[in-house]
Design a protein around this ligand. Structure first.
Ligand SMILES: Cc1cc2nc3c(=O)[nH]c(=O)nc-3n(C[C@H](O)[C@H](O)[C@H](O)COP(=O)(O)OP(=O)(O)OC[C@H]3O[C@@H](n4cnc5c(N)ncnc54)[C@H](O)[C@@H]3O)c2cc1C
Length: 484
């Protein structure tokens, strides 16, 4: 039966759900509080420089392709995808590791650092591929309703991999601390410490070394533009500057929204805004999870971000650059165990203009700097400046060049902005972490247990943080709505 569906938010998960729901014949409208669509993946354009505000790593190209294929389209109908070669660079205090765009190059680099390490690497990545096939083709496509979803012949025979951690698995096979950090880096996208992340999640290592790092020409926002255009072609109505103030419920059934003071009627409400915030749009008796519940969850980090325009081309850098020249363990402790501003932060810098001329004016460089920090930290202009000085000095020393005198402008984004722009819980950047206790059926549910016709999607529910999981989350919730 054709239903009217009101969707809160226009991030990847909402846009994905809107496409599947419209394709199934429903009348779908999106209500987004901000002036532009895309949520955490919005874009900043300033003085000819183009920045992706949030995500910059295009991993798991198969998932993007599958999404567009579901609508008889291909990614190439909307954007040009290039495989980055090299994929990225990691700067340690005394060495640089370059990750190439295929396994043979990566093995050579591992051998250079630790003789004999390419053999265990190939074995580790073969197992990671096995995990990827099971995770992506079977596990993540489950709606997280029951524990039995995880019980398949593939998972039962690999059950130990849910109880061992990625950290112990990596350390069993590799001794060199730099190689250990290199192999622990991909699971940071899942939001938790490698020592708290099940070894089954090594599928992220296959995504990294096996499938490679890609770049949509024009930046990640091209994907958002593509999805918006697809959604509109399927009949979805997209409303921006539309702040949802309340989810209206009558006799235990969602009946619509209050948007900018106006009542919008609908048969179904779906929220792709952060789950915690979405529940605050309900009267207390209709909320499923208490404040204490949220407070006890492990959230993915927040971030201090800088968007910097440089008036020259920089040297010794690649498109993606990780600065692991300080202790990974200490910084992780300051995010998860003893939340505070990090003493010696690791950081990440993205220069899309290195491979994509369209991202910066000629002869210039577009720089995106990211320091992961604990969610909920105090955020002041002074702290932001202090940390910019720390990382820009380190960047200059390690890459051996003056860049400070070549900054045309810089903008910053941190905890307070995550809260004000996205209603993010404690200013988290990418949702709730994927730890063993926060996996699959143990995550907040797609369907409300207290309000009929109310559903949730996005990085706080299944399958978890990241752009590819958000696309899948939208499909899972649409399937659930269509079944009910
Ligand atoms: C700095 C950063 C770097 C990242 N890097 C990567 C990466 O490299 N690769 C990767 O795959 N992933 C990355 N991620 C994660 C990825 O961006 C997210 O997982 C994904 O974008 C989340 O999509 P979503 O739909 O769940 O939520 P969101 O994008 O947050 O969408 C929620 C939407 O709801 C809207 N909203 C909230 N409240 C209301 C309201 N009351 N009324 C109306 N609208 C409302 C918000 O404005 C927002 O548009 C990164 C995230 C950040 C922040």
């Amino acid at each position: 039966m054709r239903k009217t569906i009101a969707i809160i938010g226009s991030g990847f998960s909402s846009l994905s759900a809107s496409c599947y729901l419209a394709k199934a014949g429903h009348k779908v409208a999106i209500y987004e509080k901000n002036a532009t669509v895309g949520g955490r993946a919005r874009q900043l354009i300033k003085d000819g420089f183009t920045f992706d505000i949030g995500p910059s790593w295009y991993w798991m190209p198969d998932i993007f392709e599958k999404f567009f294929n579901d609508f008889g389209k291909s990614t190439s109908d909307y954007y040009q995808l290039d495989k980055l070669s090299p994929a990225y660079k990691i700067f340690f205090s005394d060495e640089v590791i370059t990750i190439g765009d295929h396994m043979d190059q990566i093995c050579e680099e591992f051998e250079r650092i630790e003789a004999g390490s390419s053999k265990p690497l190939r074995k580790f990545i073969a197992q990671a591929q096995d995990h990827y096939d099971i995770a992506i083709n079977k596990v993540v496509l489950k709606p997280g309703i029951s524990p039995f979803e995880l019980v398949t012949k593939d998972t039962v025979t690999r059950v130990d991999r849910f109880f061992k951690t990625i950290s112990s698995e990596v350390r069993k096979n590799f001794k060199n601390p730099k190689l250990i950090s290199t192999l622990e880096f991909p699971v940071l996208f899942l939001g938790a410490k490698p020592s708290d992340t099940p070894s089954f999640y090594s599928f992220m290592n296959f995504a990294d070394f096996g499938l490679g790092t890609w770049h949509p020409k024009g930046g990640m926002y091209e994907i958002i533009k593509a999805m918006k255009s697809l959604a509109e072609s399927l009949g979805v109505e997209v409303n921006t500057n539309s702040n949802v103030e309340k989810i209206n419920v009558e006799n235990g059934k969602a009946i619509g929204l209050r948007v900018n003071g106006n009542t919008i009627d609908s048969d179904i409400v779906l929220s792709g805004a952060d789950y915690h915030h979405s529940e605050t749009l309900l009267d207390q008796n209709y909320r499923q999870y208490s404040e204490a519940y949220w407070d006890k969850r492990t959230f993915a980090p927040s971030s201090l971000l800088f968007y910097v325009g440089f008036n020259k081309k920089l040297k010794a850098i690649e498109h993606h650059n990780l600065f692991f020249d300080t202790s990974f363990e200490n910084h992780a402790e300051e995010i998860y165990d003893d939340p505070k501003w990090p003493e010696n932060p690791l950081f990440y810098v993205n220069f899309p203009s290195v491979t994509d001329k369209s991202m910066a004016p000629e002869g210039c460089e577009t720089g995106f700097f990211l320091i992961p920090i604990a969610p909920g930290l105090e955020d002041t202009p002074e702290l932001r400046e202090q940390y910019f000085d720390i990382i820009i000095n380190r960047f200059e020393n390690i890459t051996n060049q003056n860049v400070k005198d070549h900054i045309l402008f810089k903008e910053s984004f941190c905890v307070n902005d995550f809260v004000s722009e996205y209603n993010s819980y404690k200013g988290n950047a990418y949702g709730m972490a994927n730890t063993l206790k926060q996996t699959a059926f143990l995550r907040p549910k797609l369907k409300s247990k207290k309000v009929d016709g109310l559903y949730f999607t996005g990085q706080l529910t299944v399958p978890g943080p990241g752009v590819p999981p958000s696309l899948i989350s939208g499909k899972l919730v649409a399937d659930l709505i269509n079944k009910n």
